[in-house]
Ligand binder design. Sequence first.
Ligand code: HSE
Length: 434
Amino acid sequence: MAYKIGLLGLGTVGTGTAEILLSPEGRHPLLQELEIHKVGVRTPDKPRTLQISPDVLTADLESIVTDPAVDIVVELIGGLEPARSLILKAIAHGKHVVTANKAVIARYGDEIFTAANEKGIYVMLEAAVGGGIPIISPLKQSLGANRIQSVTGIVNGTTNYILTRMTAEGADFSEVLADAQRLGYAEADPTADVDGFDAADKLAILASLAFAGRIKLEEVYREGIGQVSAADIAYAEKLGFAIKLLAIAKREQPTGTDPTDRLQLRVHPTFVPKTHPLASINGVYNAILVEGEPIGQVMFYGRGAGAGPTASAVVSDIMNIAAILKTETEPIPHPLLSCAHQHYCAIAPMDEVMARFYARFLTKDEPGVIGKLGTCFGNHGVSLESIVQTGMRGDLSEIVVVTHDVREGNFREALEDIRNLEGIASIPSLLRVL
Ligand code: HSE
């Protein structure tokens, strides 16, 4: 039986989601049981690159969330309204909901989850924070055994891109922002990103899951990156820091004088020591560092936005719901928790693997040795990226070679020839290069 999806929105993420659903080959078998039943769009007859039947398109979004045939409503229209009302109406009609809408969840999570709990349905939001990075499921499930102490994230790609370029170029904020807008990395109205509103929404969601309590968005402290100057970045560099817009949720340790169990919730540009794992997260990438007891530190890194990554998170939520629906109606093991496959994977023999190699040779110090080495590699189709004689080790010359990507079998054949060469004393090191 197929699970019917009502998709609201066919923008960047909606199209990415439909593309995954329409091409299940090579993905989890459960995807073959998902069917796009209806897609709500503003203009159904607009030309689109997506190969989708025009019959499923409708401008009547309400008809989707009330359609008795729809099992799962996927809300990807963004913005506060009509997204909030459509989500609530879908819940009222007993539909499970998947959404990427951090703004709605951060503001109306209370209302939405109360309604969902009353109806006994799921509202899933993996795509709302960190795009393709799995962070919601880990906080809800995989890390559930831990007492979470803090969640610290770079959760806004636009500001991380701007700060990274300011650092690389020594440029000022306004200059880089203008260029980022021209290149499409920042919105025409960049307020939500550069003033930290987007990060605050995401932090409210993360904190709510990490610390199992509802969060009032207005209690999240927020500063944007507009105040960061090229001079600040230069000083940070000199002092051994990177400046990052961090979203921090931290449990305060209760003390004897103040035993209240409280959270710190703050978004602000921060001097991050270069040795800290978040200091090297650059460009549009996002990362979230979770600290808990007993796990210690665990970090999640990846693309925080974009069609593919965000759609990846949306579809994983759809699959989670479909798996539950399936076990409710069929006496089978949970499709995502059980091991469904039965065949063995085909593994490439190492001889056929393409890789780069580093090799170190000790040779007699005599004319023609480097030439003979090069000829042996060439005879076996092994292309060298560099070859250097680094000096002497005792009375032997030390020669180091780095190859381009080569077939391992060819490289080994070349080495066999080299080992037999007059003048080669030994090959003490052989390592693969990434
Ligand atoms: N505008 C966000 C960012 C992406 O720059 O990271 C969507 O959450």
